[in-house]
Design a binder for this molecule. Structure first.
Ligand SMILES: *Cc1c(COP(=O)(O)O)cnc(C)c1O
Length: 378
């Protein structure tokens, strides 16, 4: 069996055609034809009210942090079990990041922990829908509503995933998505900000275009074009949007394939879970499987390392995820010292298996067989 990489981006040939059309059209800067086509899909298919394509999810998070009105000293509650971009966006505004533990059985932030950490300085809550499995958004929104806090959904894993039938990223005040090559729908680097609170729409557009009112000017809503606020160059070139649009045109095909692989892993690993050797992901009633990633949990940190090495020896590239942010080199002396035991357990026992468009059924069977053999050889 040839080595199985962790990820292999799916780039249909039609991407080249769309990139060429974009490149020859006369506008390859941001907010061109393909950007508008992408915006249209997000608005029509998913019902997002206002979306802005960005160069990454990191950028979308930075825009959300500005729109939340974060000022130095404000506190922002978020999980430690996430990517550093979730925290960076708010630290760049001078916020104090307060890390909350996850639930014991799902690697998502624990709403009860959020409640305990709210102070008079808290300004926002950020949730991450890990692997596309929804956080309990009714609970989060009700906590935020009581204390007048903004809610940002870091939906980097959660494109085309749902909470009780509602698209993730559309429930909080802001939703951010990633189209990095490891995510479901990709454009190399890329992201999206969904603005779900109407009062933030206009300022969102201004921040997106370097603090200018360019977008409103081109719509004829203002007769002067100029610098009106802070901002940055958050828009991707239209050639990037052309790659993304090609993917959006194949959304069902891409998603069906990823979900099929996910369920194959899930079914085939059932006997190992019944023997108590591994745990599979738990999907709550309100959740949905968008095939973003497949993970399993080992019973101990030692087993995580030895299983990773065993799979590597057999040409299978599995990876661990995430190193907890509260104990990272950058943050450890900024953290208030609270233990986050569930976060630590997920970090030291979670293993992500290869999952990409061209992964074959026989490769999934091979990977599962190797995991079984790992336990036989122990
Ligand atoms: C991938 C990821 C990001 C960053 O996405 P980029 O598009 O690479 O900036 C942010 N948050 C989470 C949870 C992610 O998985």
């Amino acid at each position: 069996m040839k080595p199985i990489p962790f990820n292999k981006p799916y780039i249909p040939l039609a991407s080249l055609k769309n990139m060429a059309i974009s490149a020859m059209s006369g506008t390859i800067a941001g907010n061109g034809r393909y950007t508008k086509l992408c915006h249209g899909v997000f608005e029509q298919r998913f019902g997002f009210k206002k979306v802005l394509l960005t160069t990454s999810c990191s950028d979308a998070l930075e825009m959300a942090a500005i729109l939340c009105g974060i000022e130095p000293g404000d506190e922002v509650i978020m999980p430690s079990f996430t990517f550093m971009s979730t925290a960076n966006a708010f630290l760049l505004r001078g916020a104090r990041v307060v890390f909350a533990d996850t639930l014991p059985g799902i690697p998502n932030i624990d709403p009860a922990e959020i409640e305990k950490l709210i102070t008079s300085k808290t300004k926002a809550i950020v949730v991450v829908h890990y692997s596309g499995i929804a956080c309990d958004m009714d609970r989060v929104m009700s906590i935020a509503g009581k204390c007048h806090l903004s809610v940002v959904e870091d939906a980097a894993h959660a494109f085309d995933s749902y909470y009780n039938g509602r698209p993730l990223g559309s429930i909080g005040h802001f939703g951010t998505f990633s189209f990095h090559e490891t995510k479901n729908i990709i454009s190399g680097e890329g992201g999206l900000l969904a603005i779900n609170r109407q009062e933030n729409e206009k300022r969102g557009e201004i921040i997106w275009e370097k603090g200018t009112n360019r977008a409103a000017f081109y719509r004829g809503e203002t007769d002067k074009y100029g610098w009106v606020d802070i901002g940055s160059s958050f828009l991707p070139p239209d050639t990037t949007a052309a790659i993304l649009y090609t993917q959006l045109c194949r959304l069902d095909k891409i998603q069906n394939q990823r979900r099929k692989i996910w369920w194959n892993y899930f079914e085939q690993l059932k006997p190992l879970e019944e023997k108590g050797l591994v745990s599979r992901p738990f999907i709550p009633d309100y959740g949905y499987v968008n095939g973003n990633m497949f993970y399993l949990l080992t019973n101990s940190p030692e087993e995580q390392i030895s299983m990773l090495n065993y799979l590597k020896k057999h040409g299978i590239h599995a990876v661990f995820h995430y190193f907890p942010l509260h104990s990272s080199k950058y943050f450890i002396d900024k953290h208030d010292g609270r233990q986050l035991p569930n976060t630590d357990r997920f970090s030291s026992c979670l293993l992500r298996l290869p999952l990409y468009h061209h992964l074959k059924e026989r490769q999934v069977r091979y990977i599962v067989k190797k995991i079984e053999q790992f336990f036989q050889e122990q």
